[in-house]
Design a binder for this molecule. Structure first.
Ligand code: GLU
Length: 435
């Protein structure tokens, strides 16, 4: 299995080679790159959680604070059985780049707990979430580190965590800090932002619009899209792409997916998935689900479909050296974090498959998290339209900066994005005199 932290270091070292010529002081530049290879702070513990049967279970938990030269650490919390220290470190590194990509004033962080939340009751999930928030209580705050949802966490979990933080910290902190601004991705009722739920998917579709223009497609309906993953990110990407007229022909869940040649109906597919607990028989077109509309496929088959755009929206390493050569899509929009390994990147580059990297494509989520935080701190709330109107120009600008670099240096989408992002982090570190 590919180690995500090693992969994130490989990516950084690769971009360092491209950036080095533009820095006069090589010693300071090298010191900065070295610093960026490891998180500034890394915390781990074992959370003790009382289970419904009266016994206490232990769950390994982490928080990685990668870099805060551009602002407080920022990044989600993942609940998954495959979480590891190295995965959390990699994800926090990617958050540092991601925040720099759209220019929001944060550094990178990430947290995770080794748990399969589907095996927990609602009460157990709440006690686990509270235990995690209590563990982090002296390490996070609106000006220090601001967690959010990630894989298998959501607004409800953020709400429990805010409540626990408020109950845990001193009266001094409660009086002086707006503690609710410590978490983003909260439900609207307790200070969440309009548009946060759909923000990652919608941001990705803004990138799709820019990409379609650059690739010179005339009709959106001619652009076929396959989406691996149909959770929050994959669903909203499908929804907005469909609304704008693109043809979403395939989506998949952890157990497998569906292929509908005429283009599937994302809403009905989601309704059906909720009802049936799986996607396999949810072949829905224009509001009607019928098995004769298409066929069920495996996750592997989905990745290798002959489509224009492939959108991995689930977990890391799904496109690796074993299947990268079989990808037929013209472009990949990485909506998951780290779905392509560095070895696969090389193969895709050779085969001229354009990759729009995660830190650009899925930056819409953390960008609206920033809007949520800003709204919390000013105590004044925006409409969904205002949120969307503020998100689009930031995504567009980030795409344009990437495209300019890509043309100028004849490099990949990932390297072009990283050149801009890593440079702004290093410049901030130098301005602060950290190196
Ligand atoms: N977990 C999301 C990500 O990987 C959102 C992070 C945030 O909003 O802080 O970008």
């Amino acid at each position: 299995m590919s180690n995500p932290h090693k992969n994130s270091i490989k990516q950084l070292n690769k971009v360092a080679k491209l950036l080095e010529p533009s820095y006069k002081d090589k010693k300071r530049f090298k010191a900065a790159i070295k610093m960026l290879q490891t998180p500034q702070n890394f915390f781990e513990t074992e959370l003790e959680v009382r289970m419904d049967n009266g016994k206490t279970n232990k769950f390994k938990a982490y928080r990685s604070q990668h870099n805060n030269a551009r602002g407080p650490f920022k990044g989600g919390i993942r609940f998954h059985q495959n979480v590891s220290a190295d995965e959390v470190k990699a994800l926090s590194t990617w958050m540092t780049w991601k925040c720099a990509v759209t220019g929001i004033p944060y550094g990178g962080g990430k947290g995770g707990v080794i748990v399969n939340p589907r095996e927990l009751s609602e009460g157990e999930l709440q006690r686990l979430s509270r235990a995690y928030a209590a563990f982090l209580s002296d390490k996070i705050g609106p000006w220090v580190d601001i967690p959010a949802p990630d894989v298998n966490t959501n607004g409800q979990i953020m709400a429990w965590m805010v409540d626990e933080l408020e109950n845990t910290v001193s009266l001094d902190r409660r009086a002086s800090e707006n503690l609710a601004a410590t978490f983003t991705g909260k439900p609207i009722m307790i200070g969440g932002s309009q548009g946060r739920d759909e923000a990652t998917g919608l941001g990705g579709v803004f990138i799709l619009e820019k990409l379609a223009k650059e690739l010179g497609y005339d009709r959106k309906r001619d652009i076929t899209i396959a989406i691996q993953g149909f959770g929050n990110v994959g669903y909203w990407f499908a929804h907005h792409a469909d609304q704008l007229g693109y043809k979403v022909v395939a989506v998949s869940g952890s157990k497998g997916g569906i292929y509908v040649e005429d283009g599937l109906d994302p809403e009905q597919t989601m309704e059906c998935k909720k009802k049936k607990g799986g996607l396999e028989t949810c072949l829905c077109v224009d509001g009607k689900c019928n098995v004769s509309n298409g066929k069920s496929i495996t996750n592997e088959e989905l990745l290798e479909l002959d489509v224009d755009i492939l959108v991995p929206s689930a977990l890391e390493n799904v496109i690796n050296k074993d299947n990268a050569g079989k990808i037929k899509a013209k472009a990949i929009i990485e909506m998951a974090n780290g779905p392509i390994t560095p070895e696969a990147d090389e193969i895709l580059k050779k085969n001229k498959v354009l990759v729009i990297p995660d830190v650009l494509a899925n930056a819409g989520g953390v960008t609206v998290s920033y809007f949520e935080w800003a709204q919390n701190l000013q105590g004044y709330y925006w409409t969904r339209d205002e949120v969307v109107a503020k998100l689009q120009p930031l995504m567009d600008k980030a795409f344009d900066s990437m495209w300019e670099m890509l043309k100028k240096h004849k490099t990949t989408g990932r390297m072009a994005t990283y050149m801009n992002a890593v440079k702004s982090v290093i410049d901030a570190m130098m301005l602060r005199g950290r190196v």
